[in-house]
Design a protein around this ligand. Structure first.
Ligand code: PLP
Length: 390
């Protein structure tokens, strides 16, 4: 018999009751160090006082009005995202997939508006993950996500990961945009070199296609810059963010230049809940922390510390760790053997991590993680790797 909750996920048995910073406490009182952060969502850990206060204050005033009215917190959030990025304008939704979907529509609309309605196709990289709507599974083009959900939404062309020549060859007079994650998360923390982003930027400029980044996972401070592509310095025309934007409250945003967004006029796109007062109150509180002096440089320091520890483990457990990957606090290591089995052992030892493709274990701790927690996580990894039969 089917479970009341539709069984689309593989879940472990653990159920959490509350959280404190980087720690989660389950229903039996057991404590776990959270190096998954709800898949890069809980950027300030659990029960952060600033976020709790922002949500509680807003909850006592107003929850929802719809986008038929002005939402001052939404205006403020958009202004702050614009002031701190390449973007001129922002559309708010509730999730990563909606943010990407908005960007897909925007890219098509841009070309339709500028006299090229036949330019609708979008080039993506193998290993991509852009969400689970019909259009975003077509963009990701992963067989395990597409199987049985056909016909596949038309308009996506996939090329090998990071292969700029293949992108060049795939661009036709039907191409609207190139959609890439500066660091692929789901497929195993795979970074695009800075040079590749610059080459894609140049190619987009030469051919008139739009460059569209999916920073749903790698954005919002995760790498130690507000947005991951800032390390390379190659800006997009469109960018999707979500996960950490609300620190655990659902919100997504599609950010764009004025030029790319020129078709997104009154009535062209919408969302009932997108950017509602509760979500934007929390997201503004997230930005209060992230934009404060020293926050992002601490992420860099914490990332270097965790990475250095992982590299030590790579040496001491060289038969089990094949490679350490990532930037800032978007880190992972490739395991010899069954990464899922190792993740299970880590849960038993009180450390939560996240599975990824290519045999990788992802480490995505809260961005405000402390030295003691990093040391603790490395100790647990050392001990569990020591006992792990790969
Ligand atoms: C998680 C993720 C998405 C989808 O976000 P949802 O909120 O689950 O819709 C899209 N792109 C990337 C890169 C992601 O990591």
């Amino acid at each position: 018999m089917v479970t009341p909750v539709m069984p689309t996920y593989g879940r472990t048995e653990v159920a959490f009751e509350r959280g404190e910073g980087a720690w989660l406490i389950d229903t039996s009182g057991q404590r776990y160090l959270d190096f998954g952060a709800g898949i890069a969502v809980n950027c300030l850990g659990h029960s952060h006082p600033g976020l709790v206060k922002a949500l509680q204050d807003q909850a006592g005033k107003l929850w929802h009005t719809s986008n038929l009215y002005q939402i001052p917190g939404q205006t403020r959030l958009a202004e702050r995202l614009v002031a701190n990025s390449f973007a001129d304008t922002v559309f708010f939704g509730n999730s990563g997939a909606e943010a990407v979907e908005c960007g897909i529509k925007m890219a098509r609309k841009y070309h339709a508006m500028t006299g090229n309605p036949g330019r609708y196709r979008i080039i993506t990289f193998e290993g991509a993950f852009h969400g689970r709507t019909l259009a975003t599974i077509a963009a990701g083009a992963q067989e395990k996500h597409l199987a049985g959900f056909g016909p596949v939404v038309d308009g996506f062309d996939q090329v090998p990961f990071g292969d700029v020549d293949a992108v060049k060859a795939a661009i036709t007079d039907q191409t609207a945009a190139i959609l890439v994650e500066p660091i692929q998360g789901e497929s195993g923390i795979r970074e695009l070199p800075a040079e590749t982003l610059h080459q894609l930027r140049a190619l987009a400029d030469e051919t008139g296609v739009l460059l569209f980044y999916d920073e749903v996972q790698c954005g919002m401070g995760r790498t130690g810059k507000l947005f991951a592509h800032e390390w390379a310095g190659a800006a997009p025309d469109i960018m999707a963010v979500a996960k950490a934007l609300g620190g655990g409250f659902p919100i997504g945003a599609c950010m764009a230049t004025e030029k790319a967004a020129q078709g997104m006029t009154g009535g062209t796109h919408g969302s009932t809940f997108g950017g509602n007062p509760l979500a934007v109150a929390v997201a503004n509180a997230v930005l209060d922390e992230m934009l404060a002096d020293g926050f992002l440089s601490d992420v860099v320091d914490n990332g270097e510390k965790l990475r250095a520890g992982l590299e030590r483990l790579e040496i001491s457990h060289h038969n089990k760790i094949l490679e350490v990957r990532g930037t800032g606090l978007m880190l992972g290591f490739k395991v010899r053997g069954d990464n899922l089995a190792l993740i299970g052992k880590l849960v038993d030892a009180g450390l939560l991590t996240v599975v990824a493709g290519d045999g990788v274990v992802r480490l995505l701790p809260p961005l405000n993680i402390g030295d003691a927690e990093i040391d603790r996580a490395l100790d647990v990894l050392d001990q569990v790797l020591g006992e792990f039969e790969s």
